[in-house]
Design a protein around this ligand. Structure first.
Ligand code: AMP
Ligand code: MG
Length: 400
């Protein structure tokens, strides 16, 4: 058995780059940009009017003029209408390109238009107001979104603006999820009095989905021959195997022996933690990594968030942030294990992240995950944790 930090370090040594590929920008959400998105034009591409109203020459206002003749109306997308005299103005709309002969925009709220006359209701004016200048945000040829950015709606918006429909992104590992256990029936079946429906595979698949990973899902019986042949098959076709169940001390926990037989080298087995102590990690010389989580739903769930997701984010170059929260009550946990306590983390009125323990019934208590949003990691070396002390939290839902 090894401590949590050692397990973490061993897994970190297996962080791997899976290369790059091109995807359509509408399918790119959750992926990591491998090449920056470049501005095809200046942002904005012309002096853009940012208020509906009229455009004048500032020097006319400065000279005392308050009434202007409307030369014409210019909607967004049209060629500029030029004035030829200081007494003229252009009625102009948001998004239109500012004509070169004017330099200041006055919004409708500050004037009255009567036929072809515009009369100002204001006596102060800032030269150049209500204009978003060409290239003010970004210059043509500059990088609007750097490589390494996690793609979300804002990146997709920039890609659409520059007309880049194909994006170069970090390639994802091919992931197979294999759940094990003879007591587990398909979700469409009615379990007998001694059986339960299997959930871990579905849970793990959903945890991967926001990253764009569409993992295959297979269930294996506790039969060594079947497990062996399925894992052999997976070794040839996947980069990552995520297993649940079958790694504890039970008579039907066949996985560690089968891994060894198939040349999957154990890097560790058992971590000094609760839940998730029987966690097994190793790799095959062909590069396939095997994360075998204990079958208890909360254990598998914790191990996914505490170990696999950080590995995945590091492999994809996603910057992850450490989060810490303050305990809202005293806690005692006697076993010499790192305790991943289920908490409800929230920001209080002082703007501080606080964590309230929600005690469930252990690692089989799946329902408690609904009441909580994070695990708080309490160090194995200690047994008493005091209200107000700060520890690391691992959110599995949006907490802000
Ligand atoms: P194991 O790690 O195989 O000893 O399983 C530990 C506990 O988790 C047992 O009570 C199993 O029935 C349960 N379990 C294992 N896999 C799943 C699963 N996919 N869905 C729900 N419960 C599971
Ligand atoms: Mg089992």
């Amino acid at each position: 058995m090894i401590p949590v930090h050692e397990a973490e370090e061993i897994i970190a040594q297996s962080v791997k780059n899976y290369g790059i590929e091109t995807v359509h920008f509408e399918q790119a959400s959750g992926r990591v940009l491998a090449e920056g998105i470049c501005c095809d034009r200046d942002f904005p591409p012309f002096n853009r009017v940012s208020m509906d109203g009229i455009a004048i020459r500032y020097e006319a206002f400065e000279a005392g003029l308050r009434k202007f003749t409307v030369k014409g109306t210019q909607p967004a997308g049209d060629a500029p209408i030029e004035i030829t005299d200081n007494s003229e103005c252009v009625e102009i709309m948001t998004g239109a390109a500012l004509p070169g002969s004017v330099d200041t925009v006055i919004r409708y709220e500050d004037l009255i238009i009567d036929g072809s006359n515009a009369t100002l209701l204001i006596n102060t004016l800032k030269k150049g107001q209500s204009i978003h200048y060409k290239g003010q945000d970004k210059k043509q040829g500059s990088i609007a979104v750097p490589a390494g950015t996690l793609i979300g709606p804002a990146v997709i918006s920039v890609a659409a603006t520059v007309g880049q429909t194909q994006l170069l992104v970090k390639k994802l590992p091919r992931v197979a999820i294999l759940s094990t256990g003879d007591e587990l029936v398909d979700i469409h079946e009615i379990p007998s009095a001694y059986e339960i429906r299997r959930s871990n595979g579905y849970t793990i698949k959903q945890v991967l989905k926001p990253y764009g990973i569409d993992a295959t899902l297979t269930h294996l019986p506790d039969k060594p021959e079947v497990i062996e042949s399925q894992i052999t098959n997976c070794l040839a076709n996947f980069d990552i195997l995520l297993l649940s169940g079958g790694v504890s001390m039970g008579k039907y926990d066949h996985l560690p022996a089968i891994f060894e037989k198939l040349g999957i080298k154990q890097r560790f087995h058992k971590v000094q933690q609760r839940p998730g102590k029987p966690f097994w990690f190793g790799g095959h010389e062909n590069g396939t990594l095997v994360f075998a989580f204990p079958g208890n739903p909360v254990s598998a769930f914790l191990c996914m968030h505490r170990y696999f997701i950080p590995w995945l984010e590091a492999s994809l170059g996603i910057k992850s942030h450490k989060l810490y929260a303050s305990l809202t009550e005293d806690i005692t946990f006697a076993p010499p294990l790192q305790y991943f306590m289920q908490v409800r983390a929230e920001v209080n009125e002082q703007g501080k992240l606080i964590a309230t323990p929600v005690h469930g019934n252990g690692s089989g208590d799946l329902a408690n995950l609904i009441e909580t949003n994070s695990f708080m990691e309490l160090p194995a070396e200690r047994n008493h944790f005091l209200k107000g002390e700060v520890f690391r939290v691992w959110p599995f839902k949006n907490i802000l």
